[in-house]
Each structure stands twice: as C-alpha cells, then as structure tokens.
Design a protein around this ligand. Structure first.
Ligand code: ADP
Ligand code: MG
Length: 729
C-alpha cells in the first residue's frame, strides 16, 4: 500500500493558487447586504411594523401577532429577492455550536404548483424536534418539546440561500436550553444596574450596552495533510508529532507577510463576512507557523457573539475553497503556541460614552473609578466562576502554558491606575463630609488620562487586563463560544453594581454627601479586592507561590474548575438575578462534565488506535529491515568487523523494541483504566477518573511514539510530520 502521508503531501505540493473573483464594488456597497438590517427593514416593512421592530430592539417591547405577520411578509420578500429558498431558526444549543433546521418557503397549491409562504408564527416561534441536544436531564425524551423564539435584537441573515433567524431555545417548561436566553437576561441586568449607578453622575444616561470585540486565533493546515491525520480529523489536535527542527523560535511568522494562498483565503472570507455585516477589520500572522488571527470592530455583545459563531462557520467553509482546514482547537500542536479568543469588553451608554474610558474632569474620573473598582470587586468575588466558565478539555492544554495566561485568575490594571488606587486606599477622605473635598482630592491624585501611556507596555501575560478603555479577558479558548464568559462577566458586574448602589444609598440616607458616599464605598472595595490585582509576570513560577499566599485558586483541570459552577455563591448569584435556576445550573454543569469526559474518551481511543495500528506495525517493519541487514552483515563480514560495525544497528533494533514495548504496555494500561472509568455513572466522578486516570497516559505514550518518529525510516512514517503540517501553505 502506498504511504498515505506521501500521497497527501504530493497533493499538497501541487496546489494551485485559487483566484478569487470579487465584484467591482467598494466594501461599503456590499457590507451587510445579506442581513435584514435597518435599511432593508425600512424598504420592506410598513411604517408600523418598522416602529414595532425598532421598539423591540431598543426597548425590549413585545411585537404583536398581527404586526409579526407583516414583518414575516417583509422578511420573506427581502429574502426571496436575495435568492433564498429556505428559512431556519438559528440558535445556540448547549453543544457550543449553532443549530439550524431548514424548511423550504415553497408550499404546494392546487394545480400542482407551489407558492412561497412565510407567516408571522413561522418567524416568531418554532418547535424543532430537537430531542438530541444536550439538556443535562432537563428535558427527557418523553417531554422533548423545545421551542425557538425570534430574537429581534440580532438581525436575520442569509447564508447558503437560507434565511437564518436568530432565536432563543427554551423547553416546554420554559427552562433555557441555549446560551442566548441567559445572555439576554444578563445583558438586561447590566443595563439596569449600570444605569442605576450612572444616575449619580449623569441623568441623561438611560441605557447601557455591554460591548464585545473578540480576537479569533486559528491554524490553517492543508486539507490533504489534515485528512491523513486521523487525530486531527477526530479530535481537532495532534496527539503525536515530534517538534519540527524549526518552528517558532526565530519569531519570523508573527506579523510577517501573509502567504499568498492564505491571503486569497482571507480575502474571500472577509468579503463573505462583510456581506453578512460582520465588521472584520484586522488580519495578521500569529506567533506559531501557520497560525493567524482575525478581529472585528467591537459591537453590542449579543450581536458580536452571533457574529463570532457565524465567523467560525465561515472560516471553516471558505477555508475549504482554498483546500485548507481551519483548526480552532486551543492546542492543536504541542511545543508551539496555542490559540485563544481574547474577549475585549466594555460598557457603552446611550449618550455615546464609554464607561471604562477615563474622563478629563474629576467628575468623569469618579464615574470611571466607580466602574473600574466595581469590576475589580466583582472579579475578586467570583474569580472561581470566571475560571470555571472558560474551562474545557482543549483550554486545559493552553492555560498555564508559557504562551497563555495561567489558570489563576487575576486582574492587571497598569502602573498609573495602581498608583491611583493605592493613593485612594491611603487617603483620609472618609472623614471629610463636603463633597467638594472629594473632588479636590481627586484633582490631586495621579492624573487618570495618563494611563493611556500604559497601553504601550501592557501586560500580555494577565488573564484579565485593563487596556486603556476596556478589559481584555484573555483566557477564553479559541474554540469556545463567547456567550458563557459574557454571561458571567456581565452578570457578576451587574450584581456588584447593584450592591454598590445599595451601599451608597444607605450612606446617603445617613446624610453622607453623595460624592463622599461614593468615595467611601470605592475605598472599601479597593481594599477588599486588592488580592485580585497582579501587575507582574503571570507566567513566572513566583506568581503561583504568591497567588497561593493570597488565597487565590489555581485550578488547572476542567473537572476541578467546573465545581464553581454549582457552588452556593454561584447559585445564589444566578438565582437572585433571575438568570438561571439551580436546576438549570446543575444541568449545565453536567453537560460540561460529560463533554469533557467524552472528549478525553475520544482522544484516548484515537490514541490507542494510532499507536497500535499505525505506529507499532511501521516500527516493526522498519526493525525487520534492520534485522535483515544485520543478518546479511554477519554473512559477509568477518566476526570482528561484524561486531564493530553492527553495533549501531543493534542499538536501534533494541531501542525500537523498548519503545514498542512501552507503548504497548501504556496503551493496555490506559484501556484498562478506561474500562474502569466507563463503569462510573456519576458525571463528576467520571470526569475526574478521566482526568486523573486516563489523561496522564497521553504524554507517556506520546513520548515513545515521538522517539520512534526520529528512529524510523522517513519513507515508512505514516502520519504527516509537524514540519509538513506547519509549513505547507
Ligand atoms: P490586541 O493588541 O490585543 O491584539 P487588537 O487591537 O487586535 O488588540 O484588538 C482589539 C480589540 O478590542 C478589537 O476587537 C476591538 O474591536 C476591541 N475593542 C476596542 N474598543 C472596544 C470597546 N470599547 N469595547 C469592546 N471591545 C473593544
Ligand atoms: Mg488581544
């Protein structure tokens, strides 16, 4: 049989650059043309329908049935004019992917003909038979009804001639089965809580929007090479592979010239993204070879999350046009950088301001301080939850590696702000009663606008860093949906702002001046949240010791980290804000545990199969050649020369046997451990068994396989090597 690796490499070597043809238009002429945006609504909706949809988007008001029929008619006319033949409710089930079930617009009518039909109820609500989605036991198959309901805040769009309507997904018993439902609730909470707090500063602020700008990292590998690696196909990462002699040590890929074939892919991808209204803006090479990044302009968080989901789908789809496969896994290759998805997050107001932008006047600065310190306090209170929400089998390989933030959650705010918070902490202002004095005090503190200077040397090792006018949550994994981290971040800050408001109100009720009351609570929070702030190098081992002293958790594995999802603190937080019930949280915890277990189980199976059926037979075949050679030498050489010259071959022969023996032993032990773990019913116990009993075999087996890769004849080696996967472009 021909070596699959060489076949694949042969195909990869003869790839032709695929020309991409674009219409001769400016980007502004096609941007958003496939979305039912405001402009399209104006054209296709009656005035009444348009107003109601706008009210629903801006004020969360309900759209009545009759109007829904009009909206449906408008969307249908628009979609058909763009060539759509089908429609679907598009939602984010708890698998972390997106889900859709297409229906044709066309319905048969008398005379063997058909007409396009799309009514209000088809727009607003559907009942997909979605009984196979994970629900964590919330929905047993006998009551499998799940409903999708239109989310007018994210515009409908057309993908592959199908009209996609973003929806929430809830059960018959109205429990949420998706990410969008709790997200919309968290968005509503932060709006309410932030507006309450803004009233101390500016009565014109009536709405606060959370904003998100993600940065998506990914790898591209040639599709033929990808297909020749069963581990990539089935698990999204390489389970074996000796590092390439050259990888990222010269740092020559980062921000380098984008290779032509990759550029052609990016251009087509960006064109399609822009047509869908996804404002992708930045593209560049990342640190590892064949690693890239794409980032948009930030948007309102719900829309931004939908856009990220769509973008991941688009990346995959367009990559195939160029014979690439996109790897979104957090650590597809060992020894080079993994991929993250930085979540840049801020709060914007209806008055066009950014609440995390330091102001020019002391008054604006007090507002900025208020929000900054409340965020610090929120992350301090709920650090374990923040850690839990980004835990996954894939992200475990990245967090704590030397190119990614550690599993210890801390916040970086920069030198200037640290000085300012320290000065406030030491100040005596709480004894002054007159509000002017607080303002005076702020005037004398290090000036906040100077923090802009900090942007240049910002800390890239922190999992959660202030970057001038936003926070950057850097620990999110590249394959994850942004929804869970955004639910948590917005929720913990909303909850905190609400508490802050109550504390300030209580002081004011005791006749403390407003500014002084604000200042007193801020000061208290600075003290209480001090431990979460860290300005040093998060990759250093010293930090682990220091963090332990401070009592910060360092939860390095998913099953451990996930425990914070259902503890009392988290359950109370979610329940008192009406985001998720204890039962819903428990269900989500179970789904994540099961997902973890299944991922490790699949990896373990693939690993066993590759080691046993691909690697060992090839190693033995090569060893036999060596044995034949040694036997031949014995025949033709005199005994003394033979003894001298066969030494190296003999050594290789025994080395191969030792590696094969070790691989076989470990694989058998791993299978034994798996059998034992599979008998466990309780999801958490099972996840721990996989984490502690099975995962440790992976490295052990890999070491020996990677050694064999160096020993065995290159002509025989069946799996594309790192140098091929990482440098073919
Ligand atoms: P980095 O230096 O971390 O690579 P980039 O400049 O690539 O940063 O990305 C910055 C990201 O921050 C972009 O996605 C951008 O849209 C986002 N961003 C900028 N301002 C805000 C804001 N106010 N709210 C949310 N995201 C923002
Ligand atoms: Mg970044």
């Amino acid at each position: 049989m021909d070596n699959l690796r060489f076949k694949a490499f042969g195909i990869a070597m003869t790839r032709k650059l695929r020309d991409v043809e674009f219409p001769e238009l400016k980007a502004s002429e096609y941007f958003g043309e496939l979305t039912f945006n405001k402009e399209a609504m104006r054209e296709y909706l009656t005035e009444g329908a348009f107003d109601q949809v706008m009210n629903a988007i801006e004020k969360g008001q309900k759209i009545d049935r009759k109007i829904a029929d009009q909206v449906a008619a408008g969307i249908k006319a628009w979609a058909i004019s763009k060539g759509a033949t089908h429609y679907t409710h598009w939602f984010l089930p708890l698998t972390g992917a997106t889900a859709e079930k297409h229906d044709a617009f066309v319905d048969p009518v008398e005379g063997g003909r058909g007409i396009e039909i799309f009514r209000g109820n088809e727009l607003t609500q559907q009942e997909p038979d979605a009984s196979s989605f994970p629900s964590g036991g919330i929905r047993s198959t006998f009551e499998a009804r799940g409903y999708t309901a239109w989310d007018p805040t994210s515009p409908a769009f057309i993908m592959d001639r199908t009209l996609c309507i973003p929806t929430v997904f809830v059960s018959y018993t109205s429990e949420s089965l998706d990410f969008k439902t709790p997200l919309l609730k968290a968005i509503w909470s932060i709006d309410k809580a932030a507006v309450e707090v803004c009233r101390y500063f500016d009565k014109d602020i009536t709405k606060v929007y959370a904003t998100l700008g993600w940065e998506q990292e990914y790898f591209l590998v040639d599709h033929a090479l990808y297909l020749a690696r069963p581990d990539l196909v089935l698990t999204g990462r390489t389970l074996f592979g000796h590092s390439s002699a050259k990888d990222q040590q010269l740092e020559d890929h980062y921000f380098g010239t984008i290779p032509q074939r990759v550029l052609a892919f990016m251009q087509e991808f960006e064109y399609e993204a822009h047509r869908l209204g996804i404002p992708v803006k930045t593209r560049h090479n990342e640190v590892a070879p064949n690693q890239y990044e794409c980032a948009p302009v930030f948007e309102e968080v719900n829309l931004s999350i939908d856009h990220n989901q769509l973008m991941m789908h688009l990346l995959d789809k367009i990559a195939r046009h160029h014979d690439f496969t996109v790897l979104l896994h957090e650590k597809p290759f060992s020894g080079v950088n993994g991929s993250g998805k930085h979540n840049n997050w801020s709060l914007a107001t209806n008055t066009g301001e950014n609440l995390l932008s330091p102001g020019k006047t002391p008054k604006e600065n007090l507002r900025f301080l208020t929000f900054l310190v409340n965020i610090l306090k929120a992350v301090h209170e709920h650090a374990d939850l923040v850690r839990a929400i980004i835990a996954s089998a894939g992200n475990d390989h990245r967090l704590g590696g030397h190119e990614a933030p550690p599993a210890i959650i801390s916040v970086f705010i920069g030198n200037q702000l640290t000085k300012m918070l320290d000065a406030i902490e030491k100040s005596e202002s709480h004894i002054v009663a007159k509000s002017e004095t607080v303002i005076d005090l702020l005037k004398n503190l290090p000036k906040i606008p100077e923090i802009l200077l900090d942007n240049t040397d910002r800390n890239r090792t922190s999992p959660f860093a202030f970057t001038g006018n936003k926070f950057e949550f850097r620990a999110v994994g590249s394959a994850q949906t942004c929804a869970p981290p955004m639910i948590v971040l917005n929720l913990i800050v909303a909850d905190q702002l609400h508490k802050f408001n109550l504390e300030v109100k209580a002081l004011i009720a005791k006749k403390v001046g407003k500014d002084d009351a604000l200042f007193q609570v801020i000061k208290k929070y600075i003290k209480e949240s001090r431990n979460i702030r860290y300005e040093g190098n998060n990759y250093a081992d010293d930090w682990k010791k220091e963090a332990a002293k401070r009592g910060l958790s360092n939860l390095t594995t998913t099953p451990e980290a996930l425990q914070a999802l259902t503890n009392k603190r988290t359950t109370d937080l979610f329940e008192r804000n009406n985001i998720l019930s204890a039962r819903e949280l428990k269900a989500r915890h179970e789904i994540r545990l099961e997902n973890y277990t299944k991922k490790i189980q699949i990896e373990s199976r693939v690993l066993g199969d590759l080691a046993g059926n691909h690697i060992i037979p090839v190693a033995i075949r090569y060893q036999n050649t060596l044995i034949e050679n040694v036997k031949g030498l014995k025949q033709v050489l005199d005994l003394q020369t033979y003894g001298k010259l066969s030494k190296n071959q003999m050594e290789t022969i025994t080395d191969i046997s030792e590696h094969v023996d070790k691989i076989k032993t470990y694989v058998n032990e791993m299978i034994g451990a798996r059998k034992k773990a599979n008998r466990i019913q309780e999801p958490e116990e099972k996840a721990f068994a996989y984490c502690n009993g099975i995962l440790p075999f992976f490295e052990k087996i890999r070491t020996h396989v990677d050694k064999l890769e160096l020993l065995v004849d290159d002509e025989l080696w069946p799996l594309p090597k790192y140098r091929e996967l990482l440098f073919t472009r």
